[in-house]
Design a protein around this ligand. Sequence first.
Ligand code: PLP
Length: 381
Amino acid sequence: MAQTVGVQAYRDEFPMTSEWAYLNHAAHGPFPARTVKAVQDYAASWASPSDFDDSRNEEIITGARVGIAELAGGSPSMVTFNGSLAEGMNLLANGIDWKDGDNVLIPVEEFPSVVYPFLNLEYRGVTVRFVEKNAAGHTDIGLIEAAMDDRTRAVALSHVEFMDGYKNDLKALGSLCQSRGIELFVDATQSLGAQLIDLNGSGVTAVAAHGYKWLLASFGIAVVVFAEGAIERIRPTYAGRMSVDASWEDSEYKLNFKSTAERYQTGGMNIIGLTALHSSLSLVREVSPEWNARHTAGLIDRLAAGVTESGYTVVSTLDPQYRSQIVAITSGDLKRDGEIVEELEKRNVAVTLRGRGIRISPYFYNSNEDIDRLLEALPPK
Ligand SMILES: Cc1ncc(COP(=O)(O)O)c(C=O)c1O
């Protein structure tokens, strides 16, 4: 993966950039032009039996699998698709052979779709232990380690956190969990595509992500990528015709799960969503997460200098180890921050209000001009 084309060429894929400073990818990632066309073409082909093309479907599914594996540092055979992060996290949570009295560790203020799948296991004797943040308000590996005991079976958390973009150190967490025989389930919805992930050999069991943000693939298409060997420990909760090594017309019904992560597929797949994912991946991979991380760090540095000059506070860390492509700033008054988000929207600057303030989330096609437009539109404090 190498970044070969300039930001302007990427902007041509997003015609709305002539009107908008769109800095809201942590909320929604828009379709690039190539994906609008790919989905339209697929929809047209579905209108006539003469255009049905199963081999094209296979190409899309295989291509999406290869693309996702590359972004996650995993293997194509260890990728499975589903409908949301919640579904992916449920797949992981339910797959453990829990014993009464086991526990799972989750940092406080995690995204709800990370938490509920485990709360729903209380009837199986599983306790969810919430781990407090440290004095700086961040998830802290030392506090996670301190909360572990010999009944801890899993840790679940986001790679990049949705409120302020804090990026957890997956390498350090992975080696901690691996050394204790604990599964590490990672929600990468806010990082896959935008930040480097190196799954295989990291000690992370699996990363899961929904596709409607940084993968530019809209709602209803999500992924789970397992590290090599991890599928042996996560039992499929659901089974269907696609989970097994058998012909679809086989009436002997031998439940022989596939040897790959396809064992977690059940029935016919969301091919429109996969079409969008497959097409958008061709652009996201052309850019590369490494290049994007550097590019967006530059944009956020420019933003941080400008907002600080205007009297706002940067809430997120800018520490190179923990920063990401998401940043939160505040006027000091959350209600006022909400009004500012609305004022910015009226001036075609898209950002979001979250619990820590105004959340700003640029991507590879955003430019210094987008940042300057936000700075100009930001009311004086
Ligand atoms: C960290 C994180 N995970 C997951 C999601 C989406 O979850 P789901 O796919 O369950 O709707 C979001 C959406 O904002 C998010 O920020």
